[in-house]
Every structure is written in structure tokens, then in C-alpha cells.
Design a protein around this ligand. Structure first.
Ligand code: HEM
Length: 117
């Protein structure tokens, strides 16, 4: 079971790479107000949701402690990220505030995951 959990942690990290990487490629354009939500960001956010839920289930099944408040906060932030990316995925130019919010919330979730012990 530990191997399976670690495989899902790896997939979870691939999801972060896609979501945050997509954001980082658009940072210069964001400064000029021309950033867009690239497909990698939507796919990364969906990957985070699927692998995150699977990690909760696998950890519970293996009797590992899961911090439900921490997971709840991460889920809430991801729902906001996913909603923004999904709704605005076809816009040629994303609103600067919404785009910056997705990057900020993604970073917040990374620090919540690693610092909230
Ligand atoms: C943008 C959104 C997210 C980011 C950036 C993120 C980031 C991370 C990172 C860096 C880790 C590995 C570090 C660690 O083991 O503590 C991790 C683990 C984990 N994540 Fe996420 N995550 C996100 C969303 C979610 C969601 C939505 C869920 C659940 C619904 C979730 C559930 C978990 C679980 C269960 C673990 C295993 C370790 C633990 O108990 O904290 N994550 N996440």
C-alpha cells in the first residue's frame, strides 16, 4: 500500500508541475495583461483533485492519520482555482486579477501542504 500511496504522491506532484508550470510560462504575458489560462493549468488542477482525493482514501484505508482541516482548506482553494481556470479557459486574455489569484492560491496550497504539520 505504501508504494501505491507514493505513486499517487508522485502523480500529485506532476499535477502541481502542470498547474504551476502553466502559470509560470504566462508570467511575462501577465505583466502586459495578455496572459491566458493554458490547457496545462486545467489538466494540472484536475490532476490535483483526482490524486488528492485518492490520497485521502488510500491513507484512510491504510490507517494513516489524515488532517481533515488541512485537506479541507486545500480542497477549498483548489475548487476556487478549478472554477476560475475552467470558466475562463477559452478567453484569449484572462483578467490579470483572476490570473494572479490562481498563481497565488496554487502557491498557498503548496505551503499549506508542506508547512502545516
Ligand atoms: C493546488 C492544489 C494542491 C497542491 C499545490 C497540493 C500540494 C501537495 C504537496 C506538495 C504534497 C506533498 C507534501 C506532503 O506530503 O505533505 C501534497 C500531499 C497531499 N495532498 Fe495535496 N495539494 C493540492 C490539492 C489537494 C487536494 C484537493 C487534496 C484532497 C482532496 C489533497 C490531498 C493531499 C494528501 C492526502 C496528501 C498526502 C500527505 C498529507 O496527508 O498531507 N491535495 N499535496
Amino acid at each position: 500500500m505504501d508504494v501505491l500511496i507514493n505513486v499517487f504522491v508522485a502523480l500529485h506532484i506532476i499535477g502541481i508541475a502542470s498547474l504551476l508550470g502553466g502559470f509560470l510560462t504566462q508570467m511575462k504575458a501577465m505583466g502586459a495583461g495578455a496572459a491566458r489560462f493554458v490547457p496545462a493549468m486545467l489538466h494540472g488542477a484536475l490532476t490535483m483533485l483526482v490524486t488528492g482525493v485518492a490520497l485521502v482514501g488510500l491513507n484512510e484505508a491504510d490507517d494513516h492519520h489524515v488532517n481533515n482541516i488541512k485537506i479541507g482548506v486545500k480542497l477549498l482553494l483548489l475548487v476556487v482555482i478549478l472554477a476560475l481556470v475552467y470558466v475562463k479557459r477559452d478567453e484569449e486574455k484572462a483578467d490579470k486579477g483572476a490570473f494572479a489569484a490562481v498563481g497565488g492560491l496554487t502557491l498557498a496550497n503548496i505551503f499549506i501542504a508542506t508547512l502545516w504539520t
